[in-house]
Design a protein around this ligand. Structure first.
Ligand code: NAD
Length: 476
């Protein structure tokens, strides 16, 4: 299969191609066009040309097309989920039942919302101030390889709904489902040039895109290192940066332990551990630490690792051999830093079906006796590797939770309502879930603080990057 760029509604061949590979089988899935400055320039020009008409379309008409795109995604869930699973290794139980259906919801939600954009009024005896929210113009949307379709639609839906046009660049490791999104957008009747796709590597395609003078806003999801680089070359563009994380999952001795265990296991091992909001530092109060660690490891050992196309599989392959090597290097490092390996480790998973024997697999791994200052606790491993860290009391839990460069998500488990609110207020993170795993409501402000990023997206928070507010002051 060959996948080309989508520019001004047309499939545009590349001058060069790269391969995208199934991480479970190492089979080449497609040859994908590798774009550079020329393709970026053409795509930005197409988006710029399409902008006035799209921005000028009454919101209810735009909403109809956006909703239609949601319908087409909903209609093709099984096909898109299978492509996503093959391209990035996220298991079919997640892609088919959660991630792809949620992508359709992103379009439904923002279709509705764009018809309800309102402003503020600030009346005074002499002036009436009111706010207009204009579309920004051409937006660069850049996505990582984990949950690629969901992340792309989380950007494309508000971007287009609010009247902007887009150039989308997916990760070179998982470009396939977004290519399908481009086709479905045209099928939905979204005019050519409104959504353009340039495939390629960060350096060749990403850099010219974020530096392009006609790009007015950047919505980026990816690593902290790349986010830092982009901010430097973006100049005076609007941007939102959704970056890495190493989120604390704090469990007090008075928590509902069974529920906390289920949620802790889910938050580190689902999505193969390749999840920005993973609860990867599990802070457990000393009095229940030993019991919790034993039960947690017991559950981790029972997790099914296998063919991501099998409905029963919980953990699939890591996205690439390079990423597998990175995750394994941390598993090797843990014991050297003084952590105790409770389960998992470097051995290949047993009983892998023949089809996926060459996959990039890691067994769910649990480290106990982790000190928060160890590298395995401080670095984003981005794989199925849990660190269990003991703490003494509330103050100690807060200190440890915040002793990290990141601040994306956080989780607090306690039956003491006052303590829950105090810790939620004190934790340095963009999001805090109390007695809950990460449950998304599309109205929530999604995003992080510190090295996890700037800006929020979701609900009216998406105005921040995709709308330009203007104050109008009328003399009375
Ligand atoms: P990455 O930073 O390597 O790449 C992300 C995207 O940026 C890719 O499309 C890549 O091609 C592009 N890119 C790379 N260099 C670029 C440059 N100089 N200019 C412009 N674009 C460039 O990240 P990744 O490895 O693909 O993704 C994993 C990271 O993403 C993890 O750190 C994870 O936590 C983070 N993430 C964050 C969120 C969030 O919402 N905060 C969500 C998902 C993933």
């Amino acid at each position: 299969m060959r996948v080309d760029h989508l520019i001004a509604g047309k499939s545009v061949a590349g001058t060069d191609y790269f391969e995208t590979v199934n991480p479970a089988t190492q089979e080449v899935l497609a040859e994908v066009a590798s774009g550079g400055e020329a393709e970026v320039n053409a795509a930005v020009a197409a988006a710029k040309e399409a902008f006035p008409k799209w921005a000028g379309m009454p919101a209810p008409e735009r909403a109809k097309l956006i909703r239609k795109l949601g319908d087409l995604i909903a209609k093709h869930v099984p096909e898109i989920a299978q492509t996503e699973t093959n391209d990035c290794g996220q298991v079919i139980a997640q892609t088919g039942k959660q991630l792809i259906p949620r992508a359709a919801d992103n379009f439904y939600y923002f279709a509705e919302m764009c018809t309800r954009v309102d402003g503020h009024t600030y009346p005074t005896p002499t002036h009436l101030n009111y706010t207009l929210f204009h579309p920004v113009g051409v937006c660069a949307l850049i996505s990582p390889w984990n949950v690629p379709f969901m992340t792309a639609t989380w950007k494309v839906a508000p971007c287009l709904a609010f009247g902007n046009t887009a150039v989308l660049k997916m990760s070179e490791l998982s470009p396939l489902t977004a290519a399908r999104l481009g086709e479905l957008a045209l099928e939905a009747g979204i005019p050519p040039g409104v959504l353009n796709l340039v495939h390629g590597y960060g350096k060749e395609a990403g850099e010219p895109l974020v530096a392009h003078p006609d790009v007015r806003a950047i919505s980026f999801t990816g690593s902290t290192a790349t986010g830092n680089r982009i901010v430097k070359s973006a100049g005076l563009k609007k941007f939102s940066m959704e970056l890495g994380g190493k989120s604390p999952f704090v469990i007090f001795e008075d928590a509902d332990l069974d529920r906390a265990l289920d949620a802790a296991v889910f938050m580190i091992f689902s999505n193969n551990g390749e999840r920005c909001t993973a609860g990867s530092r599990i802070l457990v109060q000393q009095s229940i630490y030993a019991d919790f660690a034993a039960k947690f490891a017991e559950r981790a050992k029972r997790i099914t690792v296998g063919d991501p196309l099998d409905e029963k599989t919980i953990v699939g392959p890591m996205i690439s051999q390079a990423h597998l090597a990175k995750v394994r290097s941390y598993i090797e490092l843990g014991p050297k830093e003084g952590a105790t390996l409770l389960c998992g480790g470097l051995d290949a998973p047993s009983n892998l079906p023949d089809r996926v024997k060459k996959g990039n697999y890691v067994v769910p791994t649990v480290f106990a006796d982790v000190d928060n200052r160890m590298k395995i606790a401080q670095d984003e491993i981005f794989g199925p590797v849990a660190c269990l860290i003991p703490f003494k009391d509330e103050a100690d839990a807060i200190r440890l939770a915040n002793d990290i460069q990141y601040g994306l998500s956080s989780y607090v488990w306690t039956e003491n309502i006052g303590k829950a609110h105090r810790v939620a207020a004190a934790v340095e993170a963009g999001m805090c879930f109390v007695n809950s795993q990460n449950v998304r409501d599309l109205r929530q402000p999604f995003g992080g603080t510190k090295a996890s990023g700037t800006g929020r997206e979701g609900g009216t928070w998406s105005y921040e990057v995709f709308c330009e507010p203007k104050n109008v002051a009328v003399s009375l």
